[in-house]
Design a protein around this ligand. Structure first.
Ligand SMILES: Nc1ncnc2c1ncn2[C@@H]1O[C@H](COP(=O)(O)OP(=O)(O)O)[C@@H](O)[C@H]1O
Ligand SMILES: [Mg+2]
Length: 280
C-alpha cells in the first residue's frame, strides 16, 4: 500500500435494496492503491453490488450508506449525476461480463474507439481513427479495419473485452472495476484478456478491482483478495494457503484445481460457516 493517498477509500459501506430485508452489502471497508485487488464470493454475496455502488451505478431502489467513499480524495456519495458521468467516462471505468452491454449498440466499434481517442487525446477525426486503429492492433484484434466497421452485436465476447480495454488505454482511468470480465469467454481467450487488463493498470498506475466467483483465478492474478459472504467481507488474503475462514476454504475446494483433478466437488459447509460468523 503506497503511503500517498489511496485511489479509493471505502469505509463501512452498506447497500440495501428496498426498505426491508438484509443488506446486500454490509459494512465493507478497504483502501485501494495502484494494485490488483480481488473480490471473491459465491453468487449473491454482494460483489457486483459493491462494485456498482462505487461507480454509483445502482438503481434508484438501492440505498447506499458509507462512512467514507472517496475516489482520489473526492467523496462520491452525494456527487451529482453529471459529475459521476464525467468520472465514469474518464477516471473510473467498469468492465462488465458482457462488453456488448457497455458498448453503444448502434455505433460501430471503430467509431466508438475513435470517439474515446478524440475525447481523451485532443485529436481531429482523422487522427482519432488512426489512434483507434493503433490501439485495436495493440490489444491484438486480428483484422482491425474489418472489425472497426462492425457493430457490437457482430463481435465475439472476447473481442468486445479487447475493444473495452482499448478504449480504456485511451481514456487512462485511475480506477478499473472488472466484474466477472472473463466469465463469459472461451477458456482460450481468458488469459489474453487478463494479460491486457494487467498491462492497462500497470501502464496507468491504476487500481484494479477484479470481481469473480473464481477464487483460484483471482488468487493467481491479484495481489490481495477480499472474500465476501452474505454482503460481508469475511476474510482478506494475499495467498490461498493462508485461508482460515471455512467459507473461503469451501470456495477453494469448490473450484477445481486444474493441476489436481478431484472426483467430486465439495459443497460449502453452511453450519461451519455460520459458527465462524458468530465467533467473529
Ligand atoms: N437491483 C436489485 N434489486 C434488488 N435486489 C438486488 C438487486 N441487485 C442485487 N440484489 C440482491 O443483492 C444481493 C447481492 O447481489 P449481487 O451483488 O449481484 O451478488 P454477486 O455479484 O456476488 O453475485 C442478492 O441477494 C441480490 O438478489
Ligand atoms: Mg455479480
Amino acid at each position: 500500500m503506497p503511503a500517498a493517498e489511496p485511489i479509493l477509500r471505502v469505509r463501512d459501506l452498506t447497500v440495501r435494496f428496498g426498505r426491508a430485508g438484509v443488506p446486500a452489502v454490509r459494512g465493507v471497508g478497504f483502501d485501494l492503491g495502484a494494485e490488483r485487488l480481488g473480490i471473491v464470493g459465491e453468487s449473491g454475496s454482494g460483489k457486483s453490488t459493491l462494485g456498482r455502488a462505487v461507480m454509483r451505478l445502482l438503481p434508484a431502489s438501492a440505498r447506499v450508506e458509507a462512512g467514507t467513499l472517496d475516489f482520489e480524495g473526492e467523496p462520491l456519495l452525494g456527487q451529482s449525476e453529471r459529475r459521476m458521468r464525467g468520472l465514469r467516462g474518464g477516471r473510473m471505468s467498469l468492465i462488465m461480463q458482457d462488453p456488448r452491454y457497455s458498448l453503444n449498440p448502434v455505433v460501430t466499434v471503430g467509431a466508438q474507439v475513435a470517439e474515446a481517442a478524440r475525447l481523451h487525446g485532443k485529436a481531429n477525426p482523422r487522427e482519432a481513427r488512426e489512434r483507434a486503429a493503433a490501439m485495436l492492433e495493440r490489444v491484438r484484434i486480428a483484422d482491425v479495419r474489418r472489425t472497426m466497421a462492425l457493430y457490437p452485436h457482430q463481435i465475439s465476447g472476447g473481442m468486445g473485452q479487447r475493444v473495452m480495454i482499448a478504449m480504456m488505454l485511451l481514456a487512462r482511468p485511475r480506477l478499473v472495476i472488472a466484474d466477472e470480465p472473463t466469465s463469459a469467454l472461451d477458456v482460450s481467450v481468458r488469459g489474453d484478456v487478463l494479460k491486457l487488463l494487467d498491462e492497462l493498470v500497470r501502464e496507468q498506475e491504476a487500481g484494479l478491482i477484479l470481481i469473480s466467483h473464481d477464487i483460484r483465478m483471482v488468487a493467481a492474478f491479484c495481489q490481495r483478495i477480499i472474500v465476501m459472504y452474505g454482503g460481508r467481507a469475511v476474510e482478506e488474503l494475499t495467498r490461498l494457503e493462508d485461508a482460515r475462514h471455512p467459507y473461503t476454504r469451501g470456495l477453494i475446494a469448490a473450484m477445481p484445481d486444474p493441476r489436481r483433478p478431484v472426483r467430486r466437488l465439495q459443497t460449502l459447509d453452511r453450519q461451519a460457516i455460520a459458527a465462524a460468523m458468530e465467533d467473529a
